[in-house]
Design a protein around this ligand. Structure first.
Ligand code: GDP
Length: 293
């Protein structure tokens, strides 16, 4: 997996085989590692082709060792897949701004809704949370507790099963109250035969509240399912941004790369723990450094 990549970098930098052979071996290892880390195959080949192109067309500057220069190119190109030097734009360009969170159950969607509300409240925005996850009985309660903890109002309708209606009424209420950022937590059922219904519901909520941004919440350990899952969500409601949770765990988040490829979305934040303030603005270079070790 991605651990092999770290070894490959070390081997490349210190190995005794010729430069050309070492480059060839490294590229093969890079492809293998990324594919086994759930990165989409097409994306992997387009990345390695780009690296080969640059090797052909560019010359290492005199102050840097050739092998280090090559690793820098690999690092650059991997970072570019995630947005390069650009940090994602996290401050909305209009007010009011409605964010709809989608994702499968257990990824940390509700926790992330609270973290986001806290993040924006600290930045001085008036924030409202809407609990439209009607399938997980404790979800609304959990959101209400988070809201209380951080002093952010939560709209919910205990016992009501119409998620679309709740989302619509919640957003309307907060708009009337002149809230500046409204975050809508939606359901994330996950089970046989329920996927189609879930996606249909996403679409209906999307149509009803017309959010300014749809954010897909995925777990760092999502693995092979990332590409498919992100594509499906993207079809139901166009995904604009991604938040990767549980980056404090052992998973490296390679699947996130596939989610980015499937949706064209940018990764905005990462979750780094269970606590309300454990949310960081995504940094492409740091993420790639984590992958490359
Ligand atoms: P939901 O079903 O998607 O709404 O998931 P929840 O918000 O209830 O979260 C599921 C579990 O993941 C909870 O135990 C959370 O505390 C935990 N969790 C959420 N985000 C993170 C994170 O960034 N790191 C860690 N370690 N745990 C998290």
């Amino acid at each position: 997996m991605l651990d092999n990549l770290r070894d490959a970098v070390r081997k490349f930098l210190t190995g005794s085989s010729s430069y050309d052979k070492a480059v060839e071996d490294f590229i093969k290892e890079l492809q293998k590692s990324l594919i086994s880390a759930d990165v989409n195959v097409k994306l992997v080949f387009s990345l390695t082709n780009k690296i080969k192109e640059r090797l052909k067309n560019e010359k290492p500057p005199t102050y840097i060792e050739r092998r280090e220069w090559f690793i820098k190119i690999v690092y650059d190109e991997l970072s570019n897949l995630f947005g390069g030097d650009k940090e994602p734009k996290v401050i909305p360009d209009k007010i009011p701004y409605v964010i709809m969170l989608v994702g499968v159950q257990g990824t940390g969607k509700t926790t992330t809704a609270g973290k986001l509300a806290y993040f924006y409240k600290k930045k001085g925005f008036k924030v409202g949370l809407v609990g439209a996850d009607v399938y997980r009985p404790a979800a609304l309660e959990q959101l209400q507790q988070l809201g209380e903890q951080i002093g952010v109002p939560v709209y919910g309708e205990p016992g009501e099963k119409d998620a679309v209606g709740i989302a619509k009424r919640g957003v309307e209420k907060f708009l009337n109250e002149k809230m500046e950022i409204i975050i809508v937590d939606t359901a994330g059922r996950h089970g046989y035969g329920e996927e189609a219904a879930l996606l249909e519901e996403m679409k209906n909520i999307y149509e009803a509240i017309k959010p300014d941004e749809v954010t897909l919440v995925i777990d760092a350990s999502i693995g092979q399912k990332a590409y498919d899952l992100a594509s499906k969500f993207n079809q139901a409601s166009k995904i604009g941004t991604i938040i990767i949770t549980k980056m404090d765990g052992t998973a490296k988040g390679g699947g996130a790369l596939s989610a980015v490829a499937a949706t064209g979305a940018t990764i905005k934040f990462i979750g780094t723990g269970e606590k309300i303030d454990e949310l960081e603005v995504f940094n492409p270079r740091r993420f790639v450094a984590r992958i490359l070790g």
